[in-house]
Design a protein around this ligand. Structure first.
Ligand code: MD3
Ligand code: FE
Length: 203
């Protein structure tokens, strides 16, 4: 089931379901190298979402700004390699949505607990906005806010469930978006956790 939510934005319901066990297995290994951590924003707030990365580039934040870097600021070492299965899932999903040459070099993994939220923002730390972003949701359901190109544009509320994949490109790439505070609706595989993977061409 492929639901179009913008000129170049698609929800692929359940597209990642079959990949979930392998994704979860990979996360267990990944988090031993680069653990989930709560980053500080330039405004001085601590994010309620914990995050880690894999791939050549990883996203991070501190008092001085947001950036992609080739090393994990916690370890000083390279981010863990992106598993082949991540690359396969992301590039297949992008192709289904009309982006046949997507080659992500960054995978940001967000971990939500009950009450975690992500306030309305744009993703504009990547070098080239012509590449899409692919997002994969696992675990507890979330309500995704899908806004416009201005912060004040009215946002649609779209539920994102375990296994859902969303692809955003073209004119939808710079839309404001966010996640409402998570309710505690434990998932059979993950318990009271939501994981979101976002694949990008960052570098
Ligand atoms: C729409 N993550 O990591 S994924 C993020 O569920 C982020 O953790 C959310 O926003 C999450 O930056 C939402 C869906 C998403 C990702 C990137 C987008 C939607 C987007 C970029 C442009 C427009
Ligand atoms: Fe975002």
């Amino acid at each position: 089931e492929h639901e179009q939510i913008g000129p170049a934005a698609w929800v692929l319901r359940g597209y990642a379901l079959a990949y979930a066990p392998e994704l979860l297995n990979a996360i267990q290994i990944l988090e031993q190298i680069s653990p989930f951590r709560h980053m500080t924003t330039p405004g001085g707030f601590t994010m309620s979402v914990a995050l880690t990365n894999c791939g050549r580039f990883g996203w991070s934040s501190d008092e001085s700004g947001y950036r992609y870097s080739q090393t994990d600021p916690l370890s000083g070492k390279a981010w863990p390699v992106m598993p082949d299965i991540f690359m396969k899932l992301a590039s297949e999903a992008a192709a289904v949505a009309g982006f046949p040459r997507f080659q992500p070099d960054a995978c940001l993994v967000n971990r939500y607990l009950p009450g975690s939220r992500l306030s309305l923002h744009q993703d504009k730390d990547e070098r080239d906005f012509s590449a899409p972003i692919v997002s994969v949701s696992l675990g507890m359901p979330a309500v995704f806010l899908f806004g416009g190109l201005k912060r004040t544009d009215k946002a649609r509320r779209i539920p994102l469930l375990h296994g859902d994949v969303v692809v955003w490109g073209g004119p939808d790439r710079l839309r404001y978006h966010g996640i409402l505070p998570l309710k505690d609706k434990p998932h059979p595989l993950l318990g009271s956790v939501r994981l979101n993977f976002t694949f990008r061409e960052a570098g």
